[in-house]
Design a protein around this ligand. Sequence first.
Ligand code: NIG
Ligand code: FE
Length: 414
Amino acid sequence: MPSAPLQDDRYAAPPARALGDQPVSTLLVTGIAELVTNDPAHPDAEPAEGLGTITDAAVVVADGAVRWVGRAVDAQPADRALDLGGRALLPGFVDSHSHLVFAGDRSAEFAARMTGQRYDGGGIATTVAATAEASDDDLRDLLAARVGELRAQGTTTIEVKSGYALTVEGEARLLRLARELTTETTYLGAHVVPPQFSGRRTEYVDLVCGEMLDACAPYARWVDVFCEPHSPHAFTEDEARAVLAAGIARGLLPRVHGNQLGPGPGVRLAVELGAASVDHCTYLSDADLDALAGSDTVATLLPGVEFSTRSPYPDARRLLDAGVRVAIATDCNPGTCYSTSMPFMVALAVREMGLSPAHAVRAATLGGAQALRREDIGRVVVGARADLTVLDAPSHRHLAYRAGVPLARALDLG
Ligand code: NIG
Ligand code: FE
């Protein structure tokens, strides 16, 4: 959950050894060839492209938070020191869209798509069946392995959706398990209409808006819906509006899967309801762009989905030029993108969506934080969480430049 607002004395001198009443151990991180702060207002930062990079930088960390940011020559000694030896340091990646709680294997579906089969969401039923067979501990083991993967690639915040149970008890179970890992949990009972409700769609929507929501709301921060007129399995504009309104009435915050398989109402609905983010945005009209540009809704791009479904990539440059806030995320799920790798998403966004390396890194960090309405992550500023990612490289540019090389990892501060 968001913590206290960031302090104003952001550029003040390093704090004394004791913060408040409790003496806390301070850590001085040096050897940072390039620090990405996402804070172009920092007096030592290069303003170009909004990354706010500081060369030959240092950071002081204490009690899980950033306490000082600046050039190494200006840093004061701390209780402990860590020399990164000329590496780049970034805010940890914020992966604002994943479906991490699932069992089963759909690699054959992926292989079929690579030889021409189209994706329409029908495979979700396969995962629902496999997930129902898995025990809580099976799912915990699968989750732990996936979280290990993503941390090893530099992700420090993960959003996790339900959506592979589609029953009252089952959706609550998936959210309860997700809650063991993250506060960014999303109720996605409206992932698809399950086959046993075919011909009775309205009954399923009523269940999602009623009994299922009651069971899930205690474990969820967000409500989401797969709004997609191009899939017979997904939800129409009116159905999606009903689901989101019910979630909002229960205190959940809205986000939307929209405009994935073709042009559609998802983006406009997301903006209308003040959603934090609308995700996919593969097919956007000029009207969608205008709606996004005049709103607080982030457009979250999922380049791994275009990769894994052989779909055309959206033009991220067009979004930035229109003044839209852009995030990139993995959408890690067994159907449309089974990847936990934010560095891979950065590389794809640069190569295929027209983002510069700087804009892609910003979208994977600050953009993700904005898509989760979080102020305490996505930037290296005083008061932010000390969620930091180190690269075995001197600059953020290497993430896309050296695509596929395991350069990034979440920094373990002990
Ligand atoms: O975000 N589009 C809907 N849901 C997922 C895919 C789920 C699946 O195919 O298992 C997505 O792409
Ligand atoms: Fe998704």
